[in-house]
Design a protein around this ligand. Structure first.
Ligand SMILES: [Fe+2]
Ligand SMILES: [Fe+2]
Length: 218
């Protein structure tokens, strides 16, 4: 928002117009939350969405992709690509969890409860665990992630730049993951070449958009 220089009343006007009447020294409210609420974000709903997405990253995908990867024996190239998607979902989990707390939310103190709040179905090992069935599970999981993170982007665009930035960085990778598994499934199931444009990450789980430093995601 651009402000005219004439009539700009400095910090007093800023306090009055920003919709953030948080008294000095008050630690029960957050200006970082009140400014996005004033811009129209339903913060409580956003927190629920972020917990659902965090659960999808950690429980629905990172955990179950571990099992899926174990059953790609004999397909070492597919195994490696599944591993990239798996580790990047862990990076997504690490990236988004601090934002839940910044917004005043918290994770359930109970892992089954957390798992059951996931916004995407668990990527369970299919029966029979053929390579085609596994790739289908992977593809549909990525599609759920794209829908979920797009919803967060839509809700925060132009209102909550920090959550938007984190969600958009994750979404970039989910879109890549979908393209990877379309390519592999089309090749394996249909004998078709539908390129994702992918070669390989520099190292497993590189997460070029969602991981700037390796501190939390070695
Ligand atoms: Fe993810
Ligand atoms: Fe993904």
């Amino acid at each position: 928002m651009t402000r005219p220089l004439v009539g700009w009343g400095g910090k007093d006007e800023l306090m009055a117009t920003a919709g953030t009447p948080v008294p000095a020294g008050d630690v029960t409210q957050r200006v970082g939350v009140e400014v996005i609420r004033a811009r129209g974000v339903d913060v409580e709903k956003l927190i629920k969405m972020l917990i659902a997405n965090a659960a999808a990253e950690f429980a629905s995908t990172y955990y179950y992709y571990t099992i899926l990867r174990m059953h790609l024996a004999g397909y070492e190239d597919y195994k490696e690509i599944c591993e990239d998607a798996r580790l990047e979902d862990r990076a997504h989990w690490e990236l988004i969890v601090p934002r839940i707390y910044e917004l005043g939310g918290e994770l359930p103190n109970d892992l089954p409860e957390f798992h059951n709040q996931a916004g995407c179905a668990a990527a369970k090992l299919p029966n029979p665990p053929t390579v085609i069935n596994i790739l289908t599970v992977l593809l549909e999981s990525e599609r759920c992630a794209i829908r979920s993170w797009s919803a967060v982007c839509d809700m925060t665009f132009g209102k909550d730049p920090r959550t938007y930035d984190l969600a958009a960085r994750i979404l970039n990778e989910e879109i890549e993951h979908e393209a990877w598994f379309i390519e592999l499934l089309a090749h394996e199931r249909d004998g078709k070449s539908i390129s994702s444009g992918h070669f390989r990450r520099g190292e497993p789980g590189e997460a070029p958009y969602s991981k700037n430093r390796a501190f939390y995601n070695p």
